[in-house]
Ligand binder design. Structure first.
Ligand code: AOF
Ligand code: ZN
Length: 343
């Protein structure tokens, strides 16, 4: 067993970023005598899993080695008939010698059965290789499988003196152009993007990914009182928007108004998004909405851009992140970009 091949499998897995949700990202590498003879990953939701892709990639002249080869795969091979037949059966039929697995699959349809199928058939299986790294790669999938709630990412930009906007909201951009492009990349990687009614009203955002080549996430706006003007860009009918209210109920192809209970509003909102196959959501503001997610402990990760400017004087204060642990920090053309996780 050599961990470098699992690193490669994790790298392959992430090529599926933005294309496989609600499925996990999975990569697989086939190794014979310290040489990679096959590679594959789960490329698109509904399409073949990583393992058949890796096996299919083995060149004709190398196929004779499969029964002596090892597979490194980032998730327990599946045991169920879903959109594709069980990968564990394919591995058994292919007669691979050793299978090294990063994470077990928490999906109740699999949950250890994939491992059992292979060991019962005499395949040598080892699990837990680079487990922590795998949990990070598939943090969205594990969160939703275990807690039945999407992975929630808070994202905001603040000035050095801790404001997210001027008092009169005439300050749409705090972070620099490169940071904003990074935000568009982030948007393309998640399933949904959410703002509150103040942000929708004052910034009139389109919430698309125009500065990045990638898919657009579902747009979500919290407008409890159903007061937002329907001429805002969010309601332009070009991408789907879900508007959560406490009363109004109406849904068509590109726009849905979903009424939720007042007391369990945010919990219900996350549950409703789960039902819409949303496995991750970026909450982009404003301060009031972000604060509610923080106070209810309904967030998983926070990305905070802090500019070097302090010219605001009076303004809308940035939220205070509590119960947070900093996991990384870097400079982007003068902006500090830090990532936190909830303790
Ligand atoms: C694997 N290899 O590459 C992936 C797996 O709807 P389906 O048929 O695509 O099945 C989705 C489930 O299969 C998903 O929830 C997870 O449990 C597993 N994903 N398994 O062996 C893969 N993507
Ligand atoms: Zn599978």
């Amino acid at each position: 067993m050599d961990k470098k091949y699992m690193y490669r499998a994790l790298q392959l897995a992430q090529k599926g970023m933005g294309h496989v949700s609600p499925n996990p990202m999975v990569g697989a590498v086939i190794v014979y005598k310290d040489r990679i003879i096959g590679e594959g990953y789960h490329q698109k939701y509904g399409e073949p899993h990583a393992e058949p892709n890796a096996i299919a990639s083995v060149k004709k002249e190398d196929q004779q080695y499969l029964s002596e080869a090892d597979m490194y795969v980032t998730l327990e091979p599946c045991s169920h008939y879903g959109k594709t037949p069980p990968c564990a059966d394919l591995i058994v039929r292919t007669k691979l010698k050793n299978v090294y697995v990063c994470n077990l699959d928490p999906n109740p349809l699999v949950a250890g059965r994939g491992i059992k199928k292979m060991t019962d058939a005499g395949v040598h299986v080892e699990t837990g290789i680079l487990e922590e790294e795998g949990l990070e790669v598939n943090k969205r999938f594990f969160k939703t499988m275990i807690h039945n709630k999407p992975y929630v990412i808070l994202k905001y930009a603040q000035t050095a003196d801790g404001f997210v906007a001027r008092e009169n909201y005439d300050s749409k951009w705090i972070s620099n152009g490169l940071s904003r492009q990074l935000v568009h990349k982030m948007r393309a990687e998640e399933d949904a993007i959410m703002v509150g009614s103040n942000t929708a009203k004052h910034d009139n955002p389109t919430l698309n990914t125009r500065d990045w080549a990638g898919k657009n996430p579902l747009r979500v706006v919290v407008d409890r009182e159903h007061k937002l003007n329907q001429s805002l860009d969010l309601f332009d009918n070009e991408l789907k928007t879900i508007c959560y209210t406490t009363s109004f109920d109406e849904e068509n192809e590109n726009l849905a108004f979903i009424p939720l209970g007042k007391d369990t509003f945010f919990e219900d909102l996350l549950t409703d998004l789960m039902g819409r196959k949303v496995r991750s959501v970026i909450v982009e503001g404003g301060s009031r909405l972000l604060t509610q997610f923080i106070e209810k402990g309904l967030w998983d990760e926070a990305h905070i851009f802090t500019s070097s400017t302090t010219t605001f004087g009076k303004g809308i204060e940035a939220p205070t992140l509590t119960n947070a642990r900093k996991v990384s920090s870097q400079q982007i053309e003068g902006d500090d970009y830090s990532i936190y996780k909830r303790r």
